[in-house]
Design a protein around this ligand. Structure first.
Ligand SMILES: Cc1cc2nc3c(=O)[nH]c(=O)nc-3n(C[C@H](O)[C@H](O)[C@H](O)COP(=O)(O)OP(=O)(O)OC[C@H]3O[C@@H](n4cnc5c(N)ncnc54)[C@H](O)[C@@H]3O)c2cc1C
Length: 431
């Protein structure tokens, strides 16, 4: 059986690797000059297994005016004259209720734990150097009220296997001394010792290279699929921009946001929309001292940059050390459908970072923007297509593609094989 996988971001590369591990023949087709160069390139680096709650929750209705009117809000909504945007938004608002949010969180937790176990297994057998660290995460709250609210989520998630605890200001600084930079504004943190970080691009490239070297696989870049050729309810080949047609027995769409267009050509529509975000990569060693000393604050006992993963909750900003860079990611812009870097948004992000960690050399940061391929409910689609019998979808991982990639690959393989699935696949069916 030969399986063609379209897209070599983190999802397509993980899917190809899992199918190879299960003895399938694979052809991996990537439209760009290399793997992982689109949304998987410079994301927040969080393997955020316990932070999977979807954006669609009942709080959305309260926050909507702020998203519309405040240009400095970490979440921005720019209305456009676009039926696709409005359909997505309506479905998003419909999903923004307590029951759906809870059900999605429970389903996503199962998938993320599967992902964590799978990543650990893969890396113990065949390690990839992607600046992986398993040293936990702190979600920092400035508002005591929000910290108290977080306690409820911690209690809910504990029923699904999460190991988290609430820390006061002093306990938080003991674990991550750089949090002293936040001053007395810091109310406390949620600490999750089991969280991990890594560089998604290096991971994707590492997987792609393993696929490329495997005797049962072919991996090709500059191989953009422009159409799926079909006959009698089945895909027979993937047509490349060059005119070449790639034949296979089964096909997997793992091309992120662009999966929408290939499906639409076949008359199949899924709710997939780009939620734009930004990142900064600050080189820590080179920032202040060519000999490699880390930047310091005026109080030398307070490090300038966090060592473990930190989320500044109210600013919706994540910080992760990836080798000798500090990756900072933030912002959800709905209705800005390009990868272009908007100067006012990146300026705003830099100011937030300067306020939180003043000794960081923000001006040396490499800037990046990407679009999270998001479904309204925040759950990916891991499923057979509704229209084409041998077409499978692994799309719509939104803000969690790195976190969910390995589990999604394992679940998809189980579905394709027709056997038992390791987690309930129903929440991830095409909708
Ligand atoms: C600012 C930001 C921060 C984020 N932080 C995190 C985080 O900390 N943790 C986390 O888990 N997730 C995070 N994410 C989300 C994560 O980056 C995405 O969910 C993930 O990268 C999606 O992977 P993908 O493989 O589906 O898509 P992509 O990475 O976009 O890959 C799709 C691939 O398909 C190729 N392609 C497209 N069309 C075709 C075609 N027709 N033919 C051939 N190839 C094609 C593209 O070139 C691309 O390489 C973040 C996202 C953003 C924007």
């Amino acid at each position: 059986m030969k399986i063609a996988i379209i897209g070599a971001g983190v999802i397509g590369s993980a899917t190809a690797w899992e199918l190879l591990r299960q003895g399938k023949r694979v052809i991996l087709l990537e439209g760009r000059e290399g793997p992982g160069l689109l949304t998987s390139y410079a994301n927040g680096g969080q393997l955020s297994y316990d932070y999977v709650a979807p954006l669609a929750d009942p709080g959305v209705f309260q926050d909507l005016p702020k998203w519309l009117l405040n240009p400095g809000s970490p979440l921005r909504f720019r209305p456009q004259f676009s039926p696709r945007q409005w359909c997505w938004l309506m479905a998003f608002l419909r999903a923004s209720n307590a029951a759906t949010a809870k059900a999605s969180t429970a389903a996503l937790l199962q998938l993320s734990y599967l992902s964590r176990d799978t990543l650990h297994q893969w890396m113990s057998q065949d390690p990839i150097d992607f600046h992986y660290k398993a040293n936990g995460k702190l979600i920092a709250y400035r508002s005591p009220h929000l910290l108290e609210k977080a306690r409820k989520q911690v209690e809910y998630q504990a029923r699904h296997g999460s190991q988290q605890r609430i820390l006061n200001r002093e306990q938080s600084i003991e674990i991550e001394p750089a949090l002293a930079n936040l001053g007395p504004a810091l109310a406390g943190c949620v600490h999750t010792p089991t969280e991990e970080v890594g560089d998604c691009y290096l991971f994707t490239r590492g997987l792609y290279e393993r696929v490329q070297a495997h005797p049962l696989a072919t991996a090709r870049c500059n191989a953009r699929v422009v159409r799926l050729n079909t006959r009698q309810g089945r895909v027979v080949s993937a047509q490349l921009a060059t005119g070449e047609a790639i034949e296979a027995d089964q096909f997997v769409l793992a091309n992120g946001l662009q999966g929408y267009d290939l499906l639409k050509q076949q008359g199949e529509s899924i709710q997939l929309y780009g939620l734009k975000g930004y990142s900064l990569s600050i080189p820590l060693a080179a920032a202040t001292d060519p000999n490699g000393a880390e930047p310091a604050t005026s109080d030398l006992s307070v490090p300038a940059a966090p060592s473990i993963s930190v989320t500044d909750y109210e600013r919706r900003t994540v910080y992760a050390r990836l080798g000798n860079i500090l990756r900072i990611a933030a912002m959800v812009d709905i209705g800005d459908a390009t990868n272009a870097i908007r100067p006012e948004r990146i300026r705003h992000l830099k100011n937030e970072v300067r306020n939180a960690f003043p000794a960081l050399d923000v001006d040396s940061a490499q800037e990046w923007a990407g679009e999270r391929p998001a479904t309204p409910e925040g759950r990916p689609v891991i499923s057979r297509s509704r229209k084409l019998d041998n077409l499978w979808l692994n799309l719509g991982h939104g803000a969690l593609g790195f976190t969910l990639a390995c589990g999604s690959a394992v679940l998809l393989h189980a579905l394709m094989s027709g056997g038992d699935t390791p987690v309930d696949a129903t929440p991830f069916r095409v909708r």
